[in-house]
Design a protein around this ligand. Structure first.
Ligand code: HEM
Length: 417
């Protein structure tokens, strides 16, 4: 049975909501049985997720996909009736975060996205392949002799951090700092976040980026942040606050999820030796396997946040104006109506229609880059590390849950190929 709670909703109305059991280790290890119950119970469920947030959860594939192109569902959290949606953000984040494109609707969203979309096209990203391969090989060179490693700390984390830093023009010496602040912001317990610590980390990150952008302004560089500074100063296509918010979004979105793609993907393979063998025998399956890892255990969990800008219906359920809506991509991607035998990991299945990168206007800007990094990281690790095995059971991996999903650590043993 699902745990229920009586929750005071917007306007003091009492309602029955299903509480996500983040305190239950079995749920954190494998939330998908709970998700299946939610999906089978109805197309839209009233739930309480991270930080006590009450929301309407969209559980099914067709509804989720449609919701993500519905202009009545806004990315602007200020439209929410429930003040807790904004209050659950650290104070400093409230003003600043709302200026990044991921929290804006057209026309501001369109204007800001256009400024950076050229840097992330499939063609531009393909040019990065040799460098991504080089960074991957260097990281594996460092761990290969030991025969054991933490594939998050030593591999899945530093790879995307290095790639996005180089693309943006963030100095290598600054990486420890921003990784630490991001960690504080992202690794809070879903039910007991330390909002003061998050606030401090957020302010430090913001101040750091302001300083970095100021330094680049006096000493311009040929990188993405340099191009955005030019767009601010000379063409006035974004203002000062939007510039910092953009740098913040690109830097953080540019690596945190990719770590989880690589971590979840390798963990899934090590828990499914038959799938690992298929992939080792035929590396041509790799691009499709990356799609399947995204579908089967995606980094974004349970999904993406919207607010109903007007009354609407989703899957026949009435959702009132001002409602907080979570389009549960991670639940929809296990919908057997779209993916037959959806709970089965199958690296040969055509999984490309998954919603792990979202859909519609906010579809992940970095998807081509994430796919490239996922393919090279997982492919190269399989090629270079023989007898790869988890050093702790899959179900006992310490995992991040609530917002993002992935192992904190991935201890493995292997022999260098
Ligand atoms: C948006 C997932 C990697 C940059 C999104 C969204 C999702 C997502 C679900 C849509 C959010 C929404 O609709 O509200 C992922 C996953 C990744 C990944 C699963 C890795 C496997 C990256 C990378 C970048 C990036 C490498 C590099 C810069 C962005 C940006 C947006 C976005 C800027 C906002 C786009 C917009 O609002 O128009 N991502 N992402 N992501 N992602 Fe990613």
């Amino acid at each position: 049975a699902e745990p229920a709670a009586v929750v005071t909703g917007p306007g003091g109305r009492m309602s029955e909501s299903i509480v996500f059991p983040y305190g239950d280790p079995a749920f954190v290890a494998d939330p998908y049985p709970f998700y299946r119950e939610l999906r089978e119970g109805g197309p839209v469920r009233r739930v309480v997720t991270v930080r006590g947030l009450e929301a309407w959860l969209v559980t099914r594939y067709d509804d989720a996909r449609e919701a993500l192109t519905d202009p009545r569902l806004s990315n602007d959290l200020r439209l929410a009736t429930d003040p807790r949606l904004l209050e659950q953000l650290p104070a400093a984040e409230r003003d600043a975060a709302l200026r990044s494109m991921i929290r804006l609707d057209p026309p501001d969203h369109t204007r800001l996205r256009r400024l950076v979309s050229q840097a992330f096209t499939a063609r531009r990203v393909a040019e990065l392949e040799p460098r991504v391969q080089e960074i991957t090989d260097r990281l594996l060179d460092a761990i290969a002799p030991a025969g054991r490693a933490d594939l998050i700390e030593d591999f899945a984390l530093p790879l995307p951090v290095t790639v996005i830093s180089e693309l943006l023009g963030v100095p290598p010496a600054d990486r420890d700092g921003f990784q630490e602040w991001t960690n504080v912001m992202l690794t809070q317990h879903p039910d007991r976040p330390d909002l003061a610590a998050m606030d401090r980390a957020w302010r430090r990150m913001w101040a750091y980026l302001e300083g970095l952008l100021a330094a680049k302004r006096t000493d311009p560089d040929d990188d993405l942040l340099g191009a955005l500074i030019t767009a601010t100063d000379q063409e006035q296509r974004l203002d000062e606050g939007e510039l910092v918010a953009m740098a913040f979004l690109l830097l953080v979105a540019g690596y945190v999820t990719t770590v989880n793609l690589i971590g979840n993907g390798i963990a899934a393979l090590l828990a499914h030796p038959d799938q690992l063998k298929l992939l080792r025998d035929d590396p041509g399956l790799l691009p499709g396997a990356v799609e399947e890892f995204l579908r089967w255990d995606g980094p974004v969990d349970p999904g993406v946040l919207r607010v109903a800008a007007e009354d609407l219906e989703i899957g026949g359920v009435r959702v009132p104006r001002g409602a907080t809506v979570i389009v549960a991509t991670a639940i929809a991607d296990r919908d057997p109506g779209e993916f037959p035998d959806a709970d089965r990991l199958d690296v040969t299945r055509p999984a490309g229609a998954h919603l792990a990168f979202g859909h519609g206007a906010h579809y992940c800007l970095g998807a081509p880059l994430a796919r490239l990094e996922g393919r090279i990281a997982i492919g190269t690790a399989l090629r270079r590390l023989d007898d790869l095995a988890l050093a702790v059971p899959y179900a006992e991996l310490s995992r991040q849950a609530g917002g993002l999903r992935g192992p904190h650590h991935l201890p493995v043993t292997f022999t260098a190929a």
